[in-house]
Ligand binder design. Structure first.
Ligand SMILES: NC(=O)c1ccc[n+]([C@@H]2O[C@H](COP(=O)([O-])OP(=O)(O)OC[C@H]3O[C@@H](n4cnc5c(N)ncnc54)[C@H](OP(=O)(O)O)[C@@H]3O)[C@@H](O)[C@H]2O)c1
Length: 331
């Protein structure tokens, strides 16, 4: 691995722009290639970020010998195919959340990475913030006792665009896969295991996807996670972790955490603030590069089996609602 790690991006939309800006603050990272469905879009993105490798399609980018690692920033339904193309081209991959559509796709992606001995990680950027490292440290220290409840709400109101990524079932839309996944990833990070009981309710709107949902996950020791997600309802996006001896609150917006409020049995409630370098996407990129340099094929922050477990939990939730995506229907 050279001193500078060379990145490629597939997709030229909202998050591709954010990630490119995040990469720009890392001295040891360089964005060298982009892939789009069209040459025009690849050129436009290339001009904006000074990227010379401009490709049409994931396969073409996967064949670019100057690229070490690819960030997949396309709609949910493309994640599996784009990731497999990159792995087939010998590239390490950071794939946007949700990792893909369901656990069976996730298992295929993980199997391919492991078979080829290549790095793969889901881009659940929230877990890579310094504030989240502090949350893990506090929980592991036992300072709030045994965690008994996680509460988390990621709800916001998107525009009414039935054909867009958020509302269109053909593109893997819905609140659970778009933002509910942050709640589930947080619960999974805190409890370090899958729930044994799942109970949820959703409103499936006009387009057939969940516009909002609430889910309770139950764990073997009686612990709970109470989670809400929505894409047509505005709310504070807050999380809290309650233990037998204290709690940690992660104020709005918990998914890009810059401060936490901690109460332990030893101390009064106190606030911990974290200076945020860059726009936050740099933290997940830095974690990927740390892994690549150390020869790790997955990240300890979000191991691949955990990403598969998150997808499995979402499969069970959707099964209870009867939400099956068109591409999952046989025949
Ligand atoms: N981590 C985060 O904070 C965060 C935030 C937002 C979204 N995301 C995730 O990132 C992914 C992309 O979301 P986004 O908000 O960036 O979406 P977006 O603005 O619509 O961009 C998606 C890009 O994917 C490419 N694409 C390929 N096939 C497409 C299709 N059939 N329809 C539309 N676009 C297609 C397009 O680029 P070309 O035209 O160049 O091919 C498009 O610009 C999603 O999986 C989403 O869940 C993550």
């Amino acid at each position: 691995m050279s001193d500078t790690i060379r990145w490629g991006i597939i997709g030229t939309g909202f998050i591709a722009h954010q990630f490119a800006r995040g990469l720009a603050v890392l001295n040891d990272a360089k964005l060298v290639a982009v892939a789009s469905r069209t040459k025009e879009s690849a050129d436009k993105f290339g001009e904006e970020f000074g990227v010379t490798g401009r490709h049409v399609g994931a396969e073409e980018l996967a064949g670019n010998e100057n690229v070490d690692v690819v960030y997949v920033a396309t709609p949910n339904i493309m994640h599996k195919g784009n990731t497999l193309s990159c792995l087939n081209g010998g590239k390490a991959v950071l794939c946007e959340k949700p990792f893909c559509i369901n656990a069976s796709e996730a298992a295929e992606m993980v199997e391919s990475a492991r078979e080829k001995g290549l790095f793969l990680m889901e881009a659940m950027w929230t877990l890579c913030f310094p504030a989240m490292a502090k949350v893990r440290e506090i929980i592991n220290s036992g300072a709030i006792g045994e965690v008994r409840q996680v509460h988390s709400n990621f709800s916001f109101r998107c525009e009414w665009e039935p054909d867009g990524l958020l509302l269109n079932p053909e593109l893997g839309g819905g609140s659970l896969l778009d933002v509910g996944v942050y709640n589930i990833a947080l619960a999974q990070m805190v409890y370090q295991r899958e729930p044994t009981r799942i109970s949820g309710m959703a409103h499936l709107g006009e387009t057939g996807v969940d516009e909002q949902s609430s889910v309770i996950l139950g764990y073997d020791n009686g612990a709970l996670a109470v989670l809400t997600s929505a894409i047509r309802t505005e709310s504070k996006q807050e999380a809290a972790i309650y233990g037998t001896d204290g709690y940690i609150k992660i104020p709005h917006a918990f998914w890009k955490p810059e401060r936490i409020i901690v109460k332990t049995s030893q101390d009064e409630e106190r606030e911990c603030k974290f200076e945020c370098a860059g726009n936050g996407y740099n933290y997940e990129a830095a974690e990927v590069m740390r892994c690549l340099r150390n020869g790790c094929l997955e990240s300890r922050i979000l191991p691949l089996d955990t990403s598969v477990a998150i997808m499995r939990t979402m499969d069970t939730i959707r099964e209870q609602w009867g939400l099956v995506y068109p591409m999952e229907k046989g025949g």
